[in-house]
Design a protein around this ligand. Structure first.
Ligand SMILES: Cc1cc2nc3c(=O)[nH]c(=O)nc-3n(C[C@H](O)[C@H](O)[C@H](O)COP(=O)(O)OP(=O)(O)OC[C@H]3O[C@@H](n4cnc5c(N)ncnc54)[C@H](O)[C@@H]3O)c2cc1C
Length: 378
């Protein structure tokens, strides 16, 4: 187990961080109407593509890094700078993109993968439904074979990138198993709901989907795949993204609080001189660094021993996403009135943090699963 990065990897990570920090200074990437959000995303993809960030985990050729550990570190750089752009990019490139690579990809799918890697298209993954937790209920979205095509009907509740996506990976049932239907935005029978406003991630475009006998050709179907295998894999990848999101939140809120504590004076001295403030910063740094180790270990395990990685990733997700809320809360306490104003890194992180505990595999279900694994039930 070695979590050291090579000089080449370190150079790449610094390049992602510096480039995106400079790019994000010029504009507010964390809010806007739909057309603004689309522009922010396409502009960000245009900045990330030449760095080859989008190729990691997607294309072997030309990817600057390989392996899930290095991917985790790369995602952490972006998530700390632009949380909404990060989630949007990762749900498109890494989640949607990796789904396209499942099973033997057709030439059609490989072309879309290449376009994702060059930042030319946006993807979205539609899994959750109204009684949404796919852990509890079988998916109600279903495909029925009609001639050489499949008619897909159903509804999806929350789809990140939904209003701006070119392609959707819609997860549903097929022949009593699970399949992913690849559907273009103009497909007849596909409707989008209004944009959904959320507590955090103000710069994300989210909506629901309706599918009324959307006809999908055979070459746009991935699967059928055994349901638990398919869902476990999608949730693993989603959880890895949410873990990286949590690391980024901790980094940005810790740095905001530390810098403020050093420069802001109250009672004739910088507030860092108050022991209570120093203690808070030390707890925050401890939580952040412990989370980072946990995240890196789970990512490393994903390549070393995928069977072990499932539960370890759940443990890391529970720990990192709860730590992110705690670190952001402590940062706000140090930043006080200044932190409570809208638009700061800690205020944003505090509002975004809850999402990581809800999405992917929720903290409650993760704990049940971890407990089952500890008892040897799974
Ligand atoms: C902003 C946002 C963006 C999203 N983006 C996407 C997306 O792009 N694609 C997508 O497919 N989905 C997306 N989702 C959906 C998200 O994955 C679900 O919200 C999540 O899986 C939780 O499901 P739920 O809301 O139905 O909770 P519910 O299942 O209704 O759960 C409610 C509560 O009960 C607990 N609970 C439920 N079942 C169990 C159980 N078996 N054991 C123990 N506790 C349980 C839960 O942990 C939770 O606390 C998004 C959600 C949000 C809020």
């Amino acid at each position: 187990m070695n979590f050291d990065f090579s000089e080449k990897e370190k150079t790449f990570l610094a390049q992602v961080s510096n480039t995106m920090a400079t790019f994000s200074k010029a504009q507010d990437l964390e809010s806007g109407d739909l057309s603004m959000i689309r522009n922010h995303l396409t502009d960000s993809l245009a900045v990330l593509a030449p760095l080859d960030y989008l190729k990691i985990g997607l294309l072997k050729e030309g990817a600057p890094l390989s392996g899930t550990l290095a991917l985790m570190a790369a995602m952490e750089q972006l998530s700390g700078i632009a949380p909404s752009i990060f989630l949007s990019v990762e749900m498109s490139t890494r989640l949607f993109g990796r789904i396209l690579r499942l099973q033997e990809p057709t030439d059609d799918r490989l072309k879309i993968v290449e376009k994702l890697a060059s930042g030319e298209v946006i993807g979205a993954v539609a899994l959750s439904e109204s009684a949404m937790n796919v852990e509890n209920d079988p998916l109600a979205t279903v495909g029925i074979r009609e001639g050489g095509r499949i008619a897909v009907s159903g509804a999806k509740s929350y789809v990140v990138n939904g209003p701006i996506a070119d392609w959707f990976a819609v997860v549903g049932r097929l022949d009593d198993q699970t399949a992913v239907y690849l559907i273009e935005k103009e497909a007849p029978g596909l409707t989008l709901t209004e944009r959904i406003e959320t507590m955090g991630y103000d710069g994300l475009a989210i909506c629901g989907l309706g599918l009324d006998s959307v006809m999908v050709p055979e070459n746009h179907i991935i699967g059928p795949i055994e349901t638990s295998r398919c869902l476990d894999l999608l949730k693993l990848w989603e959880n890895q993204i949410l873990i990286a999101a949590a690391l980024g939140m901790m980094k940005s809120s810790f740095e905001a609080a530390r810098d403020y504590a050093k420069t802001h004076r109250s009672g004739g001295k910088p507030v860092i001189a108050y022991q209570e403030v120093g203690f808070k910063l030390s707890e925050m740094l401890t939580l952040y660094q412990t989370s980072q180790l946990y995240a890196y270990r789970a990512a490393w395990m994903a390549d070393e021993d995928p069977k072990e990685a499932g539960v370890l990733t759940l443990c890391a997700k529970v720990f990192c996403t709860e730590a992110a809320e705690s670190v952001a809360g402590k940062a706000l306490q140090i930043l006080s009135g200044e932190g409570y104003r809208s638009g700061g890194a800690a205020e944003r992180a505090y509002r975004c943090a809850k999402f990581g505990q809800i999405a992917g595999i929720s903290t409650e279900i993760a704990r049940v699963r971890i407990g089952d694994a500890a008892l040897g039930r799974r």
